[in-house]
Design a protein around this ligand. Sequence first.
Ligand SMILES: [Zn+2]
Length: 460
Amino acid sequence: MLNSVQLSNYIITHKERFLQELIDFLRIPSVSTDPQYREDVREAAEWLASHMKHIGIENVSIHPTRGHPIVIGEKIVDPALPTVLVYGHYDVQPPDPYDLWESPPFQPVIREEKIYARGAADDKGQLFIHLKAFEWMNSVRYFPCNIKFIFEGEEEIGSPHLPPFLTHHAERLSCDAVLISDTSLLSMEHPSVTIGLRGLSYFEVEFQGPTHDLHSGVYGGAVPNPANALARFIAGLHADNGRITIERLYDAVLPPEPEEFEVIEFMRRFDDRLKQETGVRELTGEKGYSAYEQTALRPSLDVNGMWSGYQGEGSKTIIPASAHAKFSIRLVPDQRTDEVNQLVKKHLEKHTPPGIKATLKILHGGDPYLLSVHSPEYRAAAAAIEDVFGKKPLPLRTGGSIPIVTHLRKTLDAQAVLLGFGLDSDAIHSPNEHFGIKNFLTGIETIPHFYRHYARFCCT
Ligand SMILES: [Zn+2]
């Protein structure tokens, strides 16, 4: 039995120590992208491993990679119980620009019930939630699940060494579910669980016209201009109603689950905030859809760069020989990058104007992610939130991508649930990153409830 009074008393009693330990962890400048911090990243891995051992996690080991180390550990109580793998990252973004920080990024301070430091919310503070939840569970020997941990030091640079590590250690890391705290709640009043991430297909297209730049007076009118042609091609990628015109692109797009209608309604209130945030006067896009639907539940296509012809001072009257653009499509379930790449290729072949040679390069991509609200993973997260926050969470999708989530799912054949306790206002990746102490403590309280519910829902 989970004794929730005992759990909250433990958190209250040990609050100051928890914060002091987190401050020690945050003090280590584990900036993964900058080689001058290499030793600090290693020190953070060692600090983490020794703390994990100290609180009773077993088989803790540090695995060097060609980049930064991966730290793993586990507590296997009974092979018959479900196993949850906790993923987190102990590396942080660079702190620059330094002079915009009100207090130094690696000298953590507490102001107005928030802890200020680089990594406070992303992700050291959220990772630490799991260690403190474990500490309590171990102190009362309450383990409804087996728990494994994997913490990497390269998330902020795209996790280059994690996929091969997962493949190589798939058996050691085998699990029923992956639990990740590296996202935000809508707010403390409106808790949420992230169920969806968009995928990506990224392209570069070249339109080739004449063999070399031409005099636009001598040839203009008769010779195809690749810049004119590319502009028309790109303009044609959207219809007047905002829909993308690529044939069959929407075939695989799933409608929202009925449980999502409440969150769609709720999110309409943020349309105006989006205008303020971005400084645009009007929102555009697909007719009939709110900003939330368009940025999280619908595919979107954006030009990311375009170049052609003369770009220096003054004028130069040419027909350029070539024109280029980079564009990308954000994908939603159940679209697949491979299929979308083929559709774009076909669309380009069909719509290449006469006299133009088009070349398409596929740059990179990743499939979208969706956790069903009927899955044991979501149900356990929702029940845990309800226990602690006193209300059901909203099942939220976000427009961005976290590629490691799809890797974890594919390699370990387990669903991942994104149960984050940050807030969008935490200034992650920016100066004055912070994490609310209430968010930190509430997170610690929520996690043991997740294990309790997961053991009930899983495998039944
Ligand atoms: Zn993160």
